[in-house]
Ligand binder design. Sequence first.
Ligand code: ATP
Length: 333
Amino acid sequence: MSYDVTLILGDGIGPEVINATKLILDSCPIKFNWDIVEAGESSIKKYGTPLPQNVIDSINRNKIALKGPVTTPIGTGFKSVNVTLRQTFDLYANIRPVKTIAGVPSKYDNVNLIIVRENSEDLYKGIEHMVGDDAAESIKIITRKASERIVDFAFNLAVKEKRKKVTSVHKANIMKCTDGLFLNCSRKVAQNYPEIVYEEMIVDAMSMKLVMSPEKYDVLVMPNLYGDILSDLAAGLVGGLGMVPGANIGNDIAIFEPVHGSAPDIAGQNKANPTAAILSSVMMLRYLGELDIADSIENALNLVLKQEEYKTFDMGGNTGTIEFAKAVIKELK
Ligand code: ATP
């Protein structure tokens, strides 16, 4: 079997973690025809835009992409590449599984939740303007269509993954119209899934509860901004941003990428943990139906993470990004 996949290396640690992941995928018994395209800071210098048309064309053609973190420099006037990609291809569901992994240093030992983040609207529409010189407005868009679609996606995922509970996260006590609509949609969709427990949580309380007792949560569904913030919080429960993968799913296109950003503080030093990128590729393999290969990569990764000698910098060790990937390949074989 062979797959045509768009590969975006990204900025900062992106090329390191994505190349490490590519090395692992290329050692598997399936063939990937990588269409390597450039987006982000380096593209601005070369093409005058962080998101050149050939990237869009490639994703449209291949329908699937593996992507490193991409930076949109603040103050350049360019719209975020990540947000633009998600909106262009209507990748409405952002799925972020957050799971304790044996051997990874963390304060918790029993976290296994999935954040389902609405990916197409909310304040991330970027509809902002100045009101005179001294005030600014940003418009929060929440629609029935997008809310029902994401909540339905979360319940469907819960059924597929044999999960027990979906928690809808909101701030409807303050934002009665926008979050109120999201909450009403959640309640309506929940009625179609009587076998799944449904609960609601205000986002601030959710933050506290995730820190105090994360093991109580299963699938969490929420609007875009809360999903962005709680994803990083949740990453902190399982060893940090280097551990959490992500998938942006639309109707027929999907982009897989780690939750972390470009981490300029450790870029170019072979220090980044590629686990999040590797797990993103495991999600991609499952999406492609390559379940056995996905399982074997995840198992090999878990074996490496258990070993004291293979700890990257964020786990308190000094294994390099590439050496870590090679250790996974060794376990695969
Ligand atoms: P963005 O705003 O682009 O989403 P962020 O604010 O989430 O980025 P990151 O760049 O993701 O920030 O990273 C925050 C810090 O976490 C980094 O500075 C780095 O120290 C650490 N970090 C992130 N990813 C990794 C990784 N893969 N391996 C090791 N450390 C990481």
